[in-house]
Write a protein that binds this ligand. Structure first.
Ligand SMILES: [Zn+2]
Length: 322
């Protein structure tokens, strides 16, 4: 049986914050372990700044129905990697095959990150996402595998697993690939309509709804189209001037707007991208890549000024440096 005693050094070498959890070099399940990929999970536990790793104990010691350790590392709310095991863990079950990962014993084939968030009413934090991208890129480089070997449990599961929720796994792989190529810094930030501290602003003409199960987070905002300026704004603290991919998330419905204007305030003026909110809902959709200036400012808007019929929806927006 192989082990990966290099894991802590590789993570630290990539700049990932690591906490070593006890005798990680000798804590593992019996059986084969010859990993060719990395598998992302969420724990289904609700984490917070003051309770950053609620599932850590279970991931180390297991549950009554599944012996620990349950992953090689747990990723806490702040993006810290808690390294639990250098060997085989009970995280993946049977792989049905996904991308270059064949069907077979998932615990032999893959290293697992349990990212500690609940995945239903709580999304992955930006710190968790960014650290997981950096860690995945570093480990796949060490394994001599490309970014296609990063998968989500919902892709390999044969039992209907849904984790990790709220991320587009193709975007994740693109971010891993960019990191492996030495390009992007993988800085990424999400502003949802419920994000506090003034990052989302809209007038009282925008109603609040939780009607669609495709919503991001608890709810979203909606308004009738109107030939007037009444946009909902998303404010981001852009860390440095550069190129950023802008992704939007909306719940789709046949009664929503067929040509919703998203305005991006770029380094060279406003750019408008129209999306059809009657389709392609419930996941991140890329609006394009734009040059943005540094600084904390309103950066993306959803405009009501649409010539199409149907409610205009403002849910979540994400920036990712590329
Ligand atoms: Zn899982």
């Amino acid at each position: 049986m192989a082990t990966i005693p290099w894991l802590v050094d590789v993570l630290r070498g990539a700049g990932v914050q690591v906490v070593v959890e006890g005798d990680w070099l000798n804590r593992m399940r019996p059986g084969d372990f010859n990993p060719i990929g990395v598998l992302w999970h969420h724990t289904a536990s609700t984490s917070s700044a003051t309770n950053p790793h609620p599932a850590l104990n279970i991931c180390i010691n297991g549950r009554s129905d599944l012996a620990g350790p349950l992953c090689q590392a747990l990723v806490d709310y702040h993006g810290v990697f808690h390294v639990i095991s250098a060997g085989r863990c009970n995280h993946a079950g049977v792989s049905g095959g996904s991308g270059p990962i064949p069907a077979g014993d998932g615990n032999t084939l893959m290293i697992g990150w349990e990212i500690d968030y609940n995945g239903v009413s709580q999304e992955m934090t930006a710190a968790q996402y960014n650290a997981s991208i950096v860690a995945t890129a570093a480990v796949l480089t060490r394994l001599g595998r490309d970014a296609s070997h990063a998968r989500g449990h919902r892709e390999t599961s044969t039992t209907g697993k849904i984790d990790p929720s709220f991320i587009d796994l193709n975007v994740m792989r693109a971010d891993v690939a960019a990191r492996m190529a030495g390009g992007g810094t993988a800085w990424s930030s999400v502003v949802d309509n419920t994000t506090t501290t003034g990052r989302f602003t809209a007038s009282g003409n925008w109603g609040v709804s939780s009607y669609s199960g495709q919503r991001y987070g608890a709810d979203y905002r909606y308004a009738d189209p109107v030939a007037a300026s009444d946009p909902a704004w998303y404010r981001f603290n852009v860390p440095a001037a550069g190129n950023y991919r802008v992704d939007a998330w909306w719940p789709a419905n046949s009664g929503y707007n067929g040509a919703t204007p998203y305005i991006v305030a770029t380094s060279s003026g406003n750019r408008t991208v129209y999306v059809d909110q009657r389709a392609n809902g419930g996941q991140w959709r890329t609006l394009g890549t734009f040059a943005l200036p540094a600084g904390d400012a309103d950066r993306v808007a959803v405009s009501r000024w649409s010539s199409a019929a149907g409610l205009v929806i403002a849910d979540a927006v994400r920036l990712t440096r590329v």
